[in-house]
Design a protein around this ligand. Structure first.
Ligand code: ADP
Ligand code: MG
Length: 233
């Protein structure tokens, strides 16, 4: 589904991503974790095909990222809200469904997936942070793209809402969608089947959360990440 080889990105003379390589298959739930500025959003923009690459290759479904034929293959939730505050939940979804030429029936389906059916008539500005995130997620689910790229969707949410969102991601992955979720909160590692740890644009680790804790002989993800950095410097 995703094949990244020696990916390099340089922005304004600074090397932001240093020869990253990884592959991901269908139904994987991947946590892209790393501190602020480590390059998570840049990698996600690269997957979407909107980032200029300075080296390497990036294939999505065996086509170069950004290819016209990949329209509809990726659902994306940006770090900043991408829905209209003055429209209702349903109006937002109908609007985006129209742009994507998806049938009206898709609106009801995606609202059910993110448990927003009962809030369909509410204006988005009246919703809580977690509910707004769900609206953004619903827009990304229109048309059932095989790959979802979600940039820090759980930031600023309380623990219960975070857990519920991770459950939704898990269900989507179990249904065959490849889900890439970024976060700068190391504890979120616990929810992922596979972790990609980024630091200063380099991939430090690519394996399961259990392997990370075992390798660091630690029970805390924060501590394990620090030990990993120490061991590699
Ligand atoms: N438009 C830009 N031009 C140049 N450098 C940028 C730009 N946006 C981000 N960067 C730099 O790229 C690095 C990675 O940023 P980003 O991918 O947003 O990281 P993250 O999402 O992990 O916080 C940072 O050092 C940041 O300063
Ligand atoms: Mg970011």
């Amino acid at each position: 589904m995703i094949d990244v080889k020696d990916l390099r990105v340089i922005r304004q003379g600074n090397e932001i991503l240093h020869e990253l390589s990884f592959r991901a298959g269908a139904g994987e739930l991947i946590g892209l974790l790393g501190p602020s500025g480590s390059g998570k959003s840049t990698l996600m923009r690269s997957l979407l095909g909107v980032q200029m690459l300075s080296g390497g290759t990036l294939q999505i479904l065996e086509r170069p990222a950004g290819s016209a034929s990949l329209r509809g293959a990726l659902g994306y939730v940006a770090q900043s809200s991408s829905v209209y505050l003055d429209l209702t939940v349903e109006e937002n979804l109908r609007y985006f469904a129209g742009i994507l030429h998806e049938p009206r029936s898709e609106v009801g389906r995606v609202l059910a997936v993110v448990s927003l059916t009962t809030l369909a008539g509410r204006v988005v500005s009246s919703l809580s942070g977690g509910e707004r995130t769900r609206v953004s997620l619903a827009t990304a689910l229109l048309g059932s793209p095989p790959i979802l790229v979600l940039d820090e969707p759980t930031v600023g949410l309380d623990p219960i809402l975070r857990r519920d969102l991770w459950r939704t991601f898990d269900e989507l992955a179990k249904s065959g969608t490849t889900v890439v979720v970024s976060s700068h909160v190391m504890d979120e590692a616990a929810h992922c089947a596979r972790l990609l740890l980024l630091r200063d644009g380099r991939l430090l680790f690519d394996d399961s959360p259990a392997k990370l804790l075992a390798a660091a002989k630690s029970s805390s993800y924060d501590e394990a990440f620090e030990r990993l950095i120490e061991s590699q410097s």
